[in-house]
Design a protein around this ligand. Structure first.
Ligand code: ZN
Length: 258
């Protein structure tokens, strides 16, 4: 399974920077987990190949590139872009994003080949088929309807928390998965902003340590995602100070193979 975190900012030389304002993780060049920077940062192969988008939740940093992705492809789509989301998320997208004021209601529009968008609703805890992947959704703790995912291609699995505070079900699902190869865990704020992390339902390095201790296996690589760019260096140095085995930030742009 190929996994790539798409960039969402540039450095002083105009190259992709590690500062991550928006989140999109692409799997096997054909499935996107979240669409924060999908339209802006995907490769040509990904633009042609991705027609399935799995949403963890509807916060802007996870969906900002979604309307732009559909807009960009509108005339050439020969099949609809399938948005896999809970009913609550679909309601929010239709009311608050695709409402003709922020952007067109693409679900009511067609091109010469047919519909350009299709919602595929799933309920928390259900397992869905997305292209070649079997995806188990796991409810996590965040101020809106939010899900983590366990994604399997039939031979290996990975787990992605999405945005969350402390959770139990996600780690239980990880522990029950025998071919799990990597876990992607959010860590938005440094420890001194724990109050902010609490009210916004995010993790800090100390809270992340408590979370990963819920994993039975200690050999699993744990990749940290969703670091607020302003605090990135601080979060990374605090994580290093905690001496947790196999924890590292997910490198932007790099293609990981599991
Ligand atoms: Zn969020």
């Amino acid at each position: 399974m190929k996994v790539q975190l798409l960039p969402s900012s540039i450095d002083e030389n105009g190259r992709a920077s590690a500062r991550q304002h928006l989140l999109t993780i692409v799997i096997d060049d054909c499935v996107a987990v979240d669409a924060g920077c999908l339209a802006m940062s995907c490769t040509e192969a990904q633009r042609n190949g991705i027609r399935d988008i799995l949403l963890t939740h509807t916060h802007l940093d996870h969906i900002a590139g979604l309307p732009l992705f559909i807009d960009d492809l509108f005339a050439v789509l020969k099949e609809p872009v399938r948005i896999h989301a809970t009913a609550e998320m679909v309601r929010i997208l239709e009311n608050d994003i695709f409402n003709w004021s922020i952007y067109p209601r693409f679900s009511e529009l067609s091109n010469e080949y047919g519909k350009v968008v299709e919602y595929h609703e799933f309920s928390r805890g259900s397992t869905l088929n997305v292209k070649h992947l079997k995806v188990k959704s796991i409810g996590v703790n965040h101020p809106v309807s939010a899900n983590g995912f366990l994604l399997s291609d039939g031979s290996v699995s990975i787990a992605v928390t999405g945005d969350t505070a402390e959770t139990v079900d996600f780690w239980k699902a990880c522990n029950e998965c025998s071919d799990l190869k990597a876990v992607f865990v959010e860590c938005a704020f440094p420890d001194e902003l724990v109050d902010l992390a609490r009210v916004s339902d995010h993790l800090t390095p100390a809270r992340l340590k408590t979370e990963v201790e819920k994993l039975d296996r200690r050999d699993l690589p744990i990749y940290v995602i969703n670091l607020k760019p302003m605090y990135r260096e601080k979060i990374l140095s605090q994580l290093e100070g905690l001496n947790i085995d196999h924890v590292e930030p997910l490198e932007v742009g790099r293609v990981y193979e599991f």
